[in-house]
Design a protein around this ligand. Structure first.
Ligand SMILES: [Zn+2]
Length: 210
């Protein structure tokens, strides 16, 4: 039995929103979020990753989600940089601004289940409150360092580490393989006798912990 499935849902959606809607780098290349109708499609896809029944978001809502994603991004960046106090402050600000609160709800023939927002809240506020609560649950637990930003060069996509031994450092196997390949090349470069290539594999993530 998984008592935390709702937390898992909203944290996963938070990662998807950050990675789809914030600019930066993705797997070695500059990344710009889509605009126009493609933005609404990207938001809908992020939500449907864990809630297939969610309706298509409107372009106006998509713009609001972009602002939410920027706030969520700041939390991941703070955790990855070892600034846990900043991450906690940012999450508390989101909890307050979205009016996040627990509430048991029953709809669409489902059994009673916990939401982190009021039934009257807008779609954007509901998800923002849910994502903020999900990050709060993670940050307030022993698993707080499991929120991360990819350690590969030219990539800053977010992830949540669900591995058993908390060993994840990359957003994807694609980035993991890029770093491995670069490390191998560095180690086998002519005239670099004994070079380990370890420098290429060093994480950007700070080892500092609170
Ligand atoms: Zn990456």
């Amino acid at each position: 039995m998984d008592f935390t499935s709702h937390t898992s849902t909203v944290v996963t959606v938070a990662v998807r929103l950050v990675n789809a809607l914030t600019p930066g780098h993705q797997r070695g290349r500059p990344y710009l979020p889509p605009g126009g109708s493609a933005l609404a499609a990207a938001v809908t896809a992020a939500l449907r990753a864990r809630r297939p029944d969610v309706r298509q978001v409107t372009p106006g809502e998509a713009g609001e989600f972009r602002a939410v994603a920027a706030q969520l991004r700041a939390v991941f960046d703070a955790v990855a940089a070892g600034r846990t106090d900043d991450a906690a402050r940012l999450v508390n600000e989101m909890l307050a601004s979205t009016g996040a609160r627990p509430r048991l709800d029953r709809h669409d023939g489902e059994s009673w289940h916990l939401h982190f927002h009021s039934a009257e809240d807008s779609l954007v506020t509901s998800w923002a409150a849910g994502c903020a609560t999900g990050l709060a649950v993670v940050l307030g637990s022993e698993a707080h360092e499991r929120l991360g930003v990819c350690a590969a060069p030219r990539c800053d996509r977010a992830y949540v580490d669900t591995s058993r031994n908390a060993s994840r450092r990359f957003c994807s196997t694609s980035c993991q393989n890029r770093v491995k390949a670069a490390s191998f090349r560095a180690a086998h470069r002519p005239g670099r006798r004994g070079a380990s290539g370890a420098a290429a594999a060093q994480p950007k993530k700070s080892s500092a912990s609170a």
